[in-house]
Design a protein around this ligand. Structure first.
Ligand code: ZN
Length: 233
């Protein structure tokens, strides 16, 4: 999902505590996975999954998706090199994707409203992927399946609808290659996109969350294509 929304969660103190403890727990799991990977020279997610998944589920009170995400995070961290054992900070970021985050009724509405209001207040346009050519060969099967995600479509249509009502321009951008192009140096290669979540540039070594990297490319394309629209109030 390349629709990257920066969301400020406003949890109750109990929810904040739970999120924090989940984060710490996930990073402890990552450290356990990394230690195993390092000791056994097993760095592929597939191998780590088979060796550790059941133990991890017993050892850590984390959801299945979260354990899978931790295995992926560790496997990704060894993609660049295997020279040092990776360790993870207690409060290191854990990527929540649409399978980990479930939206309550009304939340997508709030998110889209804030996004549109923010664009309106700051005189900016909103860039979205142009999905009309989504069947083209440049879009991977994995990406296509994410476009079928319900939350993705729902949020998209809410943004489009509200932007139109508030007079905020929506710029549609051809998404071809945005997920495999490095936002730092422009190098385009399929291997840059290591996994769904991880972007590692094969040319300059730039690492980023894959969705974030793609979103920055989308924003840059929108600017290049429509400089005047982007300034419209
Ligand atoms: Zn690069």
């Amino acid at each position: 999902m390349k629709l990257t929304a920066q969301i400020k969660l406003l949890p109750t103190p109990e929810q904040a505590d739970l999120l924090l403890r989940t984060m710490e727990m996930a990073n402890r799991a990552c450290n356990a996975i990394s230690a195993y990977a390092w000791q056994h020279g097993a760095f592929r997610q597939y191998d780590l999954h088979h060796a550790l998944y059941h133990d991890l589920r017993q050892q850590f009170p984390l959801s299945a998706q979260m354990v899978v995400r931790c295995l992926g995070k560790v496997a990704d961290s060894y993609k660049l090199d295997r020279a040092t054992q990776r360790t993870f900070m207690e409060r290191g970021g854990i990527a929540y994707d649409s399978r980990l985050l479930t939206y309550k009724e009304g939340e997508l509405s709030t998110i889209s409203k804030r996004l549109v209001e923010k664009a309106k207040d700051t005189g900016r346009a909103i860039a979205l992927e142009d999905l009309s050519g989504i069947r083209s060969a440049t879009v991977s099967r994995a990406e296509r399946s994410r476009h079928h995600n319900w939350a993705f479509y729902d949020l998209r249509s809410k943004i489009t609808y509200k932007a139109r009502r508030r007079g905020v321009p929506v710029v549609l951008v051809d998404p071809a290659y945005t997920s495999r192009t490095c936002h730092a140096c422009g190098h385009c290669e399929k291997a840059n996109r290591k996994r769904q979540a991880a972007f590692v540039c094969q040319a300059c070594g730039h690492c980023d969350n894959a969705d974030r990297n793609a979103a920055l490319n989308i924003a840059a394309r929108a600017e290049v294509n429509q400089p005047i629209v982007a300034q419209a109030a």
